[in-house]
Design a protein around this ligand. Structure first.
Ligand code: MG
Length: 161
C-alpha cells in the first residue's frame, strides 16, 4: 500500500427477535429485541470491521471469522475488532476515521449514542471526534421499518500509521 489513505465500505443486516440480548457497537443495551446471529450479532461492529478490513486491502469479516465455526458461536464481536486492528497494524496502517449509520426501529439509539461512540473510538483506536454513529428509523417501510431487522452501514478511512 502506498501512503495515500483508502476508503472501505461495510454493510451488515441482522434479523431482530424479542428476548435476544442486544449488544451494539460493543455496548450492552436494555432492549425488548436484539439481533439474531451466530456471534453476538453486533451489526455495528460487523459493518465497521468490514469497512476497515476492506480499506486495508484485507479479507472480509465472514472469511476471517466463519459463522459456521463453533469458536465464533455467541462470540463477543469486540474480539473481531481486536483481531481486525491487529491485522491493520501488522500492515503499518491505522484507522483515520469511521462513520456509521444504523437503521433500526428498536432500540432507540439516542440514549446510548455517546457510549457507543466512545466504545467505537476505543475499539478502533481513534479520537472520539473521528468516529460517528447515526441512528435512522425505517419509516415503517420494508423489513427494517416493520422492526424485523436492522442494518448497519459503515465507511472507514485507513491510512499509514
Ligand atoms: Mg453480522
Amino acid at each position: 500500500m502506498n501512503d495515500l489513505p483508502r476508503i472501505g465500505l461495510g454493510i451488515d443486516v441482522h434479523r431482530l427477535e424479542a428476548g435476544r440480548p442486544c449488544v451494539l457497537a460493543g455496548v450492552a443495551i436494555d432492549s425488548p429485541v436484539g439481533p439474531v446471529g451466530h456471534s453476538d450479532g453486533d451489526a455495528v461492529l460487523h459493518a465497521a470491521c468490514d469497512a476497515v478490513l476492506s480499506a486495508a486491502g484485507l479479507d472480509d469479516l465472514g472469511s476471517l471469522f466463519s459463522d459456521q465455526a463453533a469458536e465464533n458461536k455467541d462470540r463477543a464481536s469486540s474480539e473481531f475488532c481486536t483481531e481486525t486492528m491487529r491485522l491493520v497494524s501488522d500492515r503499518q496502517l491505522q484507522v483515520w476515521s469511521l462513520d456509521i449509520v444504523l437503521e433500526t426501529d428498536a432500540p432507540k439509539l439516542a440514549p446510548h449514542r455517546a457510549a457507543m461512540r466512545a466504545r467505537l473510538a476505543e475499539l478502533f483506536a481513534l479520537p472520539a471526534d473521528r468516529v460517528n454513529l447515526k441512528g435512522k428509523t425505517g419509516e415503517r417501510v420494508g423489513p427494517i421499518g416493520r422492526g424485523e431487522a436492522m442494518r448497519a452501514t459503515a465507511v472507514a478511512l485507513v491510512g499509514p500509521a
